[in-house]
Design a protein around this ligand. Structure first.
Ligand code: GRF
Length: 223
């Protein structure tokens, strides 16, 4: 069966990109990455893509007069690469409604919180300040509002009493690296559909397949 052609948009480190690259490299994976595009020249993720033999491109937003012209260039590159799905992975540009609608239900993002809580930046520090017991991450279809859209996969991460933003971010990031490949796989297998702005997963009637709880049981034992 033909594999789903995915493009990944990045701005920096690219650890989620690496998780997607690794997942797509596994035999039988129903998706392939056809392009990694960065808006930041020299982003670390570009090196990861090159090391995996994936086509890379930099489209520097500073070379464009406005968001629309930048996005028009991004779209034309995505089309040229034959992208059927676009994955935002630490892509630090806000996208216009025009771009988001152009790729409606074919544009996904990963965010380091249990959406709809903690949209925006500094999610871990804000969660700790609120004293929440669970943090986590979300992969969702993108809508024009920031960090909003139908939820595909989430993982909960228990907050520990001695966490700071850095330690919590590290555990959430490990969960992200499991969630994003899972979401990509579900989409590539044609198992997701959006109905009334909720994602339904074919063959999945309980939460087991789409809720990841990567906690090792430490919270339950009080350790
Ligand atoms: C991740 O925490 C992701 O959730 C957020 O930006 C960060 C990107 O990290 N959107 P990386 O570039 O994938 O390492």
């Amino acid at each position: 069966m033909a594999r789903l052609k995915a493009a990944v948009l990045i701005s920096g480190r690219g650890s989620n990109l690496q998780a997607l690259i690794d997942a797509c490299g596994a035999p039988g994976t129903p998706a392939e990455i056809v392009l990694v595009l960065s808006n930041v020249p020299g982003a670390q993720g570009l090196d990861r893509a090159r090391a995996a033999g994936i086509a890379t491109l930099t489209v520097d937003h500073r070379d464009f007069a406005g968001r629309e012209s930048f996005e028009d260039r991004v779209t034309s590159q995505l089309m040229e690469a034959g992208a059927e799905l676009v994955c935002l992975a630490g892509f630090m540009r806000l996208l216009t409604p025009g771009f988001v609608e152009r790729w409606r239900d074919r544009l996904i993002n990963i965010h380091p919180s249990l959406l709809p809580a903690y949209r925006g930046l500094d999610t871990h520090a804000r969660a700790l300040a609120d004293g929440v017991r669970f943090a986590g991450c979300t992969v969702h279809f993108v809508r024009p509002e920031m960090d909003a859209g139908p939820i595909i996969v989430q993982a909960a991460v228990a907050v520990r009493g001695d966490d700071d933003a850095e330690s919590l971010a590290a555990r959430v990031l490990a969960a992200e690296h499991r969630c994003y490949p899972l979401a990509l796989r579900l989409i590539a297998e044609g198992r997701t559909r959006v109905e009334n702005e909720r994602v339904l997963i074919d063959g999945c009637f309980g939460p087991a397949a789409i809720v990841l709880n990567p906690d090792d049981g430490a919270a339950a034992t009080g350790a």
